[in-house]
Ligand binder design. Sequence first.
Ligand code: IPE
Ligand code: IPE
Ligand code: MG
Length: 242
Amino acid sequence: MAPRDTSSYYPLHVAIIMDGNGRWATQRGQPRLFGHRRGGERVREIVEACPRLGITHLTVYAFSTENWKRSTEEVLGLMSLLRSYIQREAERLRAEGVRLRFIGDRTRLDSRLQRLMAGIEKLTAGNDRLHLTVAINYGGRNEIVRAVRRLARAVARGELRAEEIDEEAFSARLDTAGLPDPDLVIRTSGEMRVSNYLPWQTTYAEFEFTGTLWPDFSADELADIVDRFARRERRYGAVSAG
Ligand code: IPE
Ligand code: IPE
Ligand code: MG
């Protein structure tokens, strides 16, 4: 798709690395899961703000393929928070016109969580006011490898010739197939790295790093970041228009 050529426009697709829950809790003398719970609650305000800000797609990083390295207690706690998020928000998201989808390798998640995920995807499939995508057991390299396997299988079955593999054919086998690329990636908590998040999809995204810890991130801060984004010039390798 040709990039939009105006130098001042608002992002349609925002991807967020929701980081800093643990530090937020530790600063308050609380267990890390206390921060994760508060972090989960922030998602609602951000989801509600998106349509007001003209954002049509929001993709949030909830659990990475690397996060299994954390303690069993933290991993189980995060999984249980994800389950309760889906149960608690399902009806509200449906009523608000939000379409919820998940990216990441689901096969390693427990079967009850997998069923809940499939259920809410189905429940909200007809919505398109906001496309909310939650990355669970997501890693960019893992996603790429799984896409390569799908391509290899298609070639082995004779459905595709190797010469027909192009960027489009590859994108279509990613978990994000059908979603536009993010215009803007926001990472909270002051870390300036991408931690295996959407590497293929963000080759031309703009990045914003904020020191705010995720449980303190607000719709007002999102609005400020979006305004700053609108003033940036995206050249996509061409020469400046001005
Ligand atoms: C982000 O917060 C949430 C997840 C990775 C699940 P962290 O848990 O990484 O918080 P910090 O970075 O330790 O403060
Ligand atoms: C990235 O945060 C993953 C999520 C926000 C879910 P991490 O806290 O896991 O990333 P690193 O370990 O600092 O790179
Ligand atoms: Mg972190």
